[in-house]
Design a protein around this ligand. Structure first.
Ligand code: FAD
Ligand code: FES
Ligand code: FES
Length: 1493
């Protein structure tokens, strides 16, 4: 029976939808004004971050029980909710009658969030996990389960420590009990609904969800043009298309293709089986027979690292095949057989994938020659570099995958053993595209009977070996193209890019193929096939390939290496492995780098690579690096295979393969190794063993000094963020949740698609024809000035005549829904006359393209140039004398000149809540709701754009879902544009940036390049002089580049005494969107550079790094480039105390020894440890910015309204403000109510930035409260024994002044550029960190074993919040120096990074142990509560991880006879680490391969 009504339960209430447009996701439905469940957040909109996670219950017919799972609602079509009970965060409370669940309570208790934007999603995921285990009577979730769940969630604020802490409450391993959850009953009427087929016919989509294969076939006959949908997690494109009428048939409910069956040594997987179900099946099979079934081991090891559990629970095996993912590559490499059914349903095929190469190649060439390319469909399957199968294609719906059969490699007889293994490497531990994957399958045969003293190597020989390499990232990432709004796609320059994927499909005639005819009972049964000429699908797939331009995860067979291993049998010795690696390296190089000179350190290679790659590829350096990475790393997979094979054969590793196969580690990177996991998967009767991964669970300690515990004042008291409860219940309202008034419009930017060009024409005709589109807004609609943001007003609201960068806003499209607006923006055609563009920092330097304002602003202390010159002269003289053999007295030989360069990459803010605003016009005024750190600036710019007085603009900023500096100036881009649109239409306008657009348009941390010359004493390591040039990548306009750069220059000295310094600071002008403020504002770059310089000096002088740092550490009274206004000399004392303390508490010296011992005994695993200090100045350099306002009203009931000009963005400012207010007024904190920040209450204010949030606003607030105190003092004296509310009531009736308003300024720091005098900071905050890492030298992957942090928070105003800031900031710093790399296409300037390819740290990337300490006993008496800020400085602590990684890499290089690493770059990604270990990236030569954009 087919239903035409979508029936589901939402938070316990029945929903029936009849006439609705089915191309809507569940998230869009939940957040739409009619439903208004905004507790479920949208952050990435692409299934990565988990902010949108909801809990879904459905009736599983197979087990005849309700099933619970967490699902990412941004990837779930609403129609897929049929027959389901959906719970959102709001519903969890309703279900429990407004009571908090134990999980919510725990997150509140352990400060499990800061900005709170990620929290509802995380709570829903973990709730689903515990509810599922409870409902199904499974053993309680383990640490491994929790880690796996968290890997689907991104938290940019906390650093995950408190999230782990919140969940430890429920772990048996931690001595706790699982929570007892009230699980709502599954509504019985939904059981029936689930059994029905569904048909919804909307205006755009005609959607079918059949229940059986027969039904599917009939539908397909009727609708041969239909598209197939599996889990729909890779079908964003069709959801975005609002033009094309489509028929869609979903395979999700077809019962016959949901089966998993083992038969004849094969696992038959129905096409509709979810990837998570496959994983759970393989795990359960491993539990039964852990030593057999290599295929199960491989799947259990690899699948958890791909996507997240929430996506795997929905995506199907067939969908994966068609997505050409790592998973499909794995299946191909394992020798999968694909079951296909033709459109008619009359023919089916079984295609053994791995063995089709040669035939495919021939056919492919034929097909490519005959069929011209055009658009629409896209390729779905790639195999081998030149010869690939395309087995179906989505748009034409040519063929249905019914299932996949997979060999199990399970033969385990006396005579024969089978083996399969896989090495997958990725830049992040979870949920990230692979850099590379290598798969081996083998059959071994016994050649003689074993004697006691014989090794397996001598009794077994290889009978069959197959090796395959899946090349992921190097080929470009499909996700980038697919998930990017088409509006952002760069103009295509090279239409001639040859198709990498070739087609073959239906007319399969090879002997090894068994033709089959379909059967309605099982998709795996066989019959006869028909042979026909290339069909529609082949044509369409061909067209698709051309259109795609980007090969995805391509599988290359490695026959030469396999053959070599086979012929070297029977002995699998270390020699065989070493030789096989050579063969493999040559084979891989041939595949990936054919035609490229083998001398990879020359310019020729570089330019050759440049000229060979098409413009549509990702930026050259990373593409090239990725390919080099594979050539270097892939052969090392053989080491691991040999290691695992020896275990499989139950032989001692060294008897089969002696050195260098040592892979031992206390912290195996392969956390999901099935053997260890197995124990956690056993039934609850068996005792739980501590598996290795359990030791991985972050054991964090957060310490603040004991006197805080005893503190009896509110200031200084450890208190949780006051908004936590509303975060945990989904009640917190962010700007993006503010309801849009009736008739409100949704806007979408029209962005430039060239980096530099004159605009000839903007044609919105096609877009305006689309139903639901209301208007188009461009520069000519701006009534006021077309300018905004920055210190120099050189940024346009909409590009007028010329565009100066890719993705520059040109206009807005206004529509009735956000989805229509987004699609319509892609239909606007803009014609350009292209102009030359500068797209790299290097090119800008070469062409002397600088942002003019900042030239010549160098900073000098002492006489660095003189010192350098004299030292050079002395060295030359000495060298001459040495040549002549004349001995030189020691004093002339004391100093050495060292030169080098270092590069620091950019960083995206990646805040949870993307940039957004709502503008509401009324009464000749506008109200702007903006997610901004700077409401007064928004007010200023909007007034300018509209040509109205500032007083007619109100800007309100609710709390932000993260800011990190990205919302300091850039929100003006949105607010001004939306205000122009609101003015033009007279209607309210909402503008929300999609994540990829947010990343592309808003700039980030400035990439910087530092070239330096340093003079140091050979004897002592003391530094005498430093001459450095720092160049920042500014973009096409100034924004805040100047102050960012200056801060880097001012702080380049770090915490060290260098008596002679010159720093030249420049900002390169390129054709990119301007970079902007980011937590630390230039200080992280300065810290990175100075620490790299210290390392360089240490390496040249052969002195341990910690010693060089120690000896040069500032002493009280030493000269500084610029000092701080207060505590100038105390700070230097602090850093010494903190350094000594951390050396002691982290046990640095002993651990260094242990690291060295470990390295001496390990070959393939190396450890590194480093200690780095930091300092960071607080306050703006421009005096006028150091001001703030506060307004306080006491109400007659005693409640107090507090308004201030700072912004709460997760750092806990409102909580600290409430503490200051309550303490100053002498009342309980529960009376304090902090209002949203608004220009109506406090205006003429400054951004919450430069670490000033509390210092300025706390100061203003204290003054305002003191005014109230002064007014009420007589009455309070009179009513001493009365309560505060009683006093307030009396005060009101007795006409006392009950309000205070105050303005606060910091003392003048008076920095003068002309004279270079004055101070650049009010005070400095200091810190030290120690990090220890372990690197897997075969892949470059690493684990941070432990980090110890100490931070100076003065006398912390709130140690809980400050320690939270330190942890979160540290992890943000770690992300910046390790995985987070912004990538651009250097040919077009298009941003290539997006949420799928930008590696923000996830839960398993953080240190296994984290010790955070707030320094004890420090005070900064001149500041509020004697505290210091912790807002920005912790980011700098992340540098210790980079230095520790370099230490480990150098240990590996030493083993290889290589010199110490001089390639000084951040981020030090997994691929760069491996290339550095192997000497491909070395010194200055290597620097060339990292171009700064
Ligand atoms: C957050 C996230 C991260 C990801 N990361 C990666 C990554 O790192 N690497 C990577 O390669 N991929 C990645 N993917 C893509 C992932 O592989 C796919 O989303 C998923 O496998 C698709 O499965 P599905 O069932 O949802 O397919 P759908 O989206 O339903 O369909 C995908 C394609 O398969 C076709 N199809 C589905 N079923 C059938 C069938 N039975 N017969 C014929 N055609 C069919 C559809 O027509 C469509 O063309 C990621 C996706 C997400 C959401
Ligand atoms: S996963 Fe859905 S919004 Fe990020
Ligand atoms: S608290 Fe997790 S993103 Fe802000």
């Amino acid at each position: 029976m087919t239903s035409e009504i979508l029936k589901f339960y939402l938070n316990g209430e029945k929903v029936e939808l009849k006439s609705f447009e089915p191309n809507m996701t569940l998230l869009q439905y939940l957040r739409a004004p009619k439903v208004g469940l905004t507790g479920t957040k949208e952050s990435c909109g692409s299934g990565v971050c988990g902010a949108c996670t909801i809990l879904m219950m459905y009736f599983d017919e197979k087990i005849n029980k309700p099933y619970i799972t967490a699902v990412k609602s941004c990837q779930l079509p609403l129609i897929y909710c049929n027959g389901c009970a959906i719970y959102t965060i709001e519903g969890k409370n309703t279900a429990l009658k407004q009571k908090l669940t134990p999980i919510q309570e725990s997150f509140i208790k352990h400060d499990g969030a800061q900005c709170g934007f990620c929290l509802p999603g995380t709570i829903m995921s973990t709730t689903a996990l515990f509810e599922k285990h409870q409902l199904e009577g499974l053993r309680p979730p383990t640490v491994g389960d929790i880690e796996e769940t968290l890997s689907g969630h991104t938290c940019r604020c906390t650093g995950y420590r408190p999230i782990f802490q919140s969940l430890k409450e429920f772990l048996i391993e931690e001595g706790s009990k699982p929570p007892q959850l009230e699980i709502p009953k599954f509504p019985s009427e939904l059981i029936e609904a689930n059994k029905q087929s569904l048909h919804v016919n909307g205006n755009l989509w005609n959607f079918f969800k059949p229940k059986s294969l027969d039904e599917f076939r009939s539908l397909w006959k009727l609708h041969p043009e239909a598209s197939i949908l599996g889990g729909a997690t890779n079908s964003n494109q069709i959801f975005r298309d609002h033009l094309t009428k489509r028929t869609i048939i979903s395979t999700k409910s077809i019962t016959e293709i949901q089966e998993l069956e083992e038969k004849d040594g094969m696992l038959h997987i129905g096409a509709g089986v979810s990837v998570q179900a496959l994983l759970e099946y393989t795990r359960s099979r491993l539990t039964e027979a852990p030593n057999n079934h290599s295929t199960f081991r491989v799947i259990s090891k690899i699948l958890p690292r791909l996507r997240s559990k929430q996506i795997r629970s929905v995506s199907t095996v067939a969908g994966e095949m068609m997505s050409v993912s790592e998973f499909s590559a794995l299946l191909v490499s394992l020798g999968a057989v694909l079951h296909l059914e033709s459109a008619s349903g009359q023919v089916s095929h079984r295609i053994p994938l791995r063995d089709k190469c040669a035939r495919c190649e021939r056919e492919a060439q034929k097909a490519a020659a005959t069929h011209p390319a055009s658009l629409h469909a896209r390729p779905v399957f790639a195999y081998d570099t030149t010869s690939c199968c395309v087995i179906a294609c989505d748009e034409v719906g040519c063929q249905l995958i019914t299932g996949i059969s997979l060999p199990l490699y399970c033969e385990e007889s006396e005579e024969v053993k089978q083996f399969a293994d896989c090495v997958l490497v990725s830049r992040r531990k979870d949920n990230f595209p692979a850099l590379m994957m290598v798969v081996m399958t083998a059959t071994l045969q016994r050649i003689k009977k074993e004697k006691a003293d014989e090794s397996a190597a001598s009794v077994w020989k290889f009978k069959e070996v197959s090796l395959a390499l899946a090349d992921g990232r190097g080929n470009g990432d499909r996700e980038t193209t697919e998930s990017f709004p088409s509006a952002l796609k760069p103009k295509e320059k090279n239409e001639e890019y040859p198709p990498p994927i070739v087609v073959i499909d239906e007319n399969v005639e090879d002997d090894d193929e068994e033709p089959a005819s379909p059967s309605s009972s099982s998709p795996f049964s066989s019959a006869s096939a028909s042979a026909s000429s290339p069909t529609e699908s082949t044509h369409a797939a061909l067209k698709a390939m051309k259109n795609s331009k980007r090969p995805f995860c391509i599988v290359h067979k490695l026959p030469s290496t396999a053959e070599f291993i086979l012929t070297r049998s029977p002995v699998l010795s270390s020699e065989t492995i070493i030789d096989a690696k050579q063969v493999m390296r040559r084979e891989v190089e041939e595949i990936l780098l054919t035609g490229i000179s083998s001398d990879d350190s020359t310019d020729t290679v570089y330019s050759e690579v440049c000229s060979r790659l098409p413009s549509s590829c990702p930026p050259l350096p990373s593409t090239w690096l990725a390919k080099r990475y594979i050539t270097v790393a892939a052969p090392d997979a053989l080491t691991r295979f040999a290691y695992n094979l020896s275990q499989h054969l139950e032989t001692k590793i060294n008897t089969i393969v002696p050195e260098p196969l040592d892979l031992s580690s206390d912290y195996p990177l392969d956390a999901y190794d099935p053997i260890s996991r197995m124990y956690s998967e056993t039934s609850s009767e068996k005792p739980l063993e501590l598996e290795p991964e359990q030791t991985r669970f972050t054991h964090n300690l957060q310490k603040y000094s004991f006197d805080y515990e005893k503190v009896d004042t509110l200031i200084g008291k450890p208190m949780s963020n006051m908004h936590l409860q509303s975060h945990a219940t989904g009640m917190t309202q962010y700007t993006v949740d503010v309801p849009l008034p009736p008739r409100g419009l949704y806007a979408e930017f029209i962005l430039s698609t060239v980096a530099h060009g004159k605009i000839i024409r903007i044609d919105g005709t096609e877009a305006l024809k689309l139903p639901g589109v209301v208007d188009i807004v461009t520069a000519k609609d701006i009534p006021g000035v077309n300018k905004h943001t920055g210190i120099v007003m050189d940024t346009t609201i909409f590009a007028d005549e010329v565009v100066e960068c890719m993705h520059q806003p040109i206009g807005l499209i206004l529509a009735d829904t956000p989805q229509i607006a987004e699609y319509a923006a892609t239909l606007v055609k803009v014609e350009y006359d292209e102009l030359p563009a500068i797209l790299t920092l290097e090119e800008a330097v070469e062409k002397k393209s600088f942002l003019s304002m900042y030239e010549g602003s160098d900073i000098v202390l002492g006489e660095p140039l003189k010192v350098i010159k004299e030292t050079r002269k002395a060295q030359e003289k000495l060298a001459e004398k040495m040549k002549k053999g004349v001995p030189e007295p020691m004093e002339n030989d004391e100093w050495v000149v060292i030169e080098g360069e270092a590069k620091a990459g950019g960083q995206d803010h990646y805040y949870g809540e993307t940039q957004n605003c709502v503008v509401i016009p009324h009464d000749g005024m506008v109200d702007v709701y903006s997610s901004t750190q700077n409401p007064s600036k928004v007010q200023f710019d909007v007034a300018g754009a509209l040509g109205i007085p500032r007083a007619k603009v109100m800007c309100k900023a609710m709390r932000l879902g993260g800011g990190f500096g990205g919302k300091q100036d850039r929100p003006c881009i949105l607010a001004t544009a939306a205000a122009v649109a609101a003015k033009k239409t007279g209607r309210a306008v909402r503008l929300v940036m999609k994540r990829s657009m947010d990343m592309a348009v808003h700039g980030g941390r400035h990439p910087m390049w530092c070239r330096y010359t340093v003079v140091a004493s050979k004897k002592t390591g003391l530094l005498k002089a430093l001459d450095a040039e720092v160049i920042a990548q500014g973009g096409y306009a100034h924004d805040v580049t100047g102050p960012v750069l200056f801060k880097c220059a001012f702080q380049l000295q770090g915490t060290y005494t260098i008596p002679n310094i010159r720093v030249i600071a420049r900002a390169a002008k390129t054709n990119h969107n301007p970079n902007t403020a980011f937590r630390g504002f230039g200080a992280p770059q300065s810290c990175l550079f100075i620490e790299m310089i210290m390392e360089h000096v240490a390496d040249v002088l052969g002195i341990p790094q910690s010693q060089i740092r120690d000896i040069n550490l500032n002493k009280v009274g030493d000269p500084l480039v610029t000092g701080s206004l207060i505590s100038q000399n105390k700070g230097e004392k602090f850093i010494r105390i903190m350094w000594d303390e951390l050396m002691k508490t982290s046990d640095y010296e002993n651990r260094l020894k242990a690291v060295e011992e470990f390295n001496a005994t390990h070959t393939n695993t190396k450890r590194g440890i480093a200690i780095t200090p930091m300092k960071n100045g607080a306050c703006f350099e421009d005096d006028f910015m150091n001001q703030a306002e506060a307004l306080v009203h006491v109400l007659p009931d005693g409640s107090v309204e507090v308004a201030h000009s700072g912004i709460e963005m997760g750092q806990g400012l409102n909580t600290k403000i409430a503490q200051v207010a309550a303490e100053t007024l002498g009342i309980d904190i529960s009376f304090i109510h902090v209002l949203h920040t608004s220009t109506e209450t406090c205006t003429n204010t400054q951004p919450t930035a430069a670490s000033t949030g509390l210092d300025l606003n706390g100061g203003a607030l204290k003054k305002a409260c003191e005014q109230i105190n002064a007014s009420l003092a007589p009455l309070r004296e009179k009513m001493k024994d009365k309560t505060w509310p009683e006093i307030c009531t009396t005060a009101y009736f007795s006409r006392y002044a009950m309000s205070g308003q105050a303005h606060f300024i910091l003392p003048t720091i008076n920095w003068q550029w002309k004279t270079k005098t004055g101070f650049t900071a009010f005070y400095y905050a200091f810190g030290v960190s120690v990090s220890e890492v372990e690197v897997d030298c075969t892949t470059g992957e690493y684990t941070i074993l432990r980090s110890d942090l100490i931070e100076d928070a003065g006398r912390s105003l709130n140690p809980i919040l400050d320690a939270g800031q330190v942890e979160g900031g540290f992890i943000q710093g770690v992300g910046w120096v390790t995985g987070e790399e912004i990538e651009y296409d250097i040919a077009t300037g298009a941003m290539l990074s997006d949420m799928h390819t930008y590696a923000v740290p996830l839960a398993r990337d953080v240190p296994l142990e984290l010790h955070t300490t707030l320094a004890h006993g420090f005070r900064c008496d001149e500041n509020v509560g004697a505290s210091k800020t912790t807002a920005e400085s912790p980011v700098l602590l992340g540098v210790s991880v980079l230095m520790a990684l370099r230490h480990a890499v150098n240990a590996a290089r030493r083993d290889r006879g290589l010199s110490l690493l001089r390639y000084q770059i951040s981020p030090f990604t997994v691929d760069r680490i491996k290339l550095a270990i192997e000497g491909v990236l070395d010194g200055e030569d290597g620097m060339r391969y990292t171009i700064m954009i």
